[in-house]
Design a protein around this ligand. Sequence first.
Ligand code: ASP
Length: 329
Amino acid sequence: MRSKIALLATGGTIASMHSKDGLIPALRAEEILRFMPQLLELYDISSIDVFSLDSSNIQPEEWITLAAKAKEVSQSVDGIVITHGTDTMAYTASALSFMLQGLNIPVVFTGSQLPLNFPYSDAPLNLEEAFSAAVNAAAGVYIVFHNKIIFGTRAVKMRTLSFDAFDSINAPPVGYFDAEGIHLSEFPPSPTLSLPKDTMLNINSKVFLLKLMPGTDIEIFNHIKNAGYKGLVLEAFGLGGLHYIRRNLIDALKDLSDSGIITLVTTQCIYEKSDFSVYEVGHGILNSKNIYGAHDMTTEAAVTKLMWILGDKEKRLPYINLSLSHEMI
Ligand code: ASP
């Protein structure tokens, strides 16, 4: 019997056509499948158009719509493939990794660097591999792109043009494809949380992302507070440094946290973890109330995890230091 797969289309380059203003998403899910008759022979596919957007326009509101659709169809299929623009795919995949915790089927994001109807497009291969992962991988949220299978929380778009657009950051890919087909590694399952199932999709998008530069003014923290943000992801320097001479970021952060805003401090380095215990310039924030280290999480994972934690702060904050969906060691 053929496996049942739901194809959820959201737009992106994969579905794009030329317009007078440049590439614009145009293909519906059914039209995508018309380019891929081999998939229709292998799988029993239901196609659903969720929205048709360049992923630069996909925001937390769309994550909620998409997660709700995935949850709804998960009752009746063996796996889900989501076609999505590459530019913000890592954010959406990471957000859904937290929102869909406990879903018992694979949810696989894919897209392409060239539209499906262009010569030499990378879309056909990515689609074939995404469908294969959707029937073979363990339950969870993944990005499948150019022969790699990556946890949704570990993927980062690293290249703007190369077909090999995504890397798995600070963790090996979950699997890969070669001439022998799909290869999958085993990973310990995510923890089961005792949280109400009906509110898992709730997030609070009032999270600000701030990348420090030498001389960042502390005034910015007042603006963040006054604008009603509830969370801050701060990209500090290296292993976890913040300047405190002349402009005291450590005191400014503590003031912010005293006002109840939750800060997750990460590093500007793509690879490896942050650790505030090593240098004196990081020590000041250790053990501060409402300030947490993001360890080896990607920025995309830190932002979306914090939005999800703040979606039910009281119940979820105790889990902030726990790896919920493979996002950290
Ligand atoms: N701008 C496109 C998008 O993110 C890029 C892509 O899909 O590769 O929707």
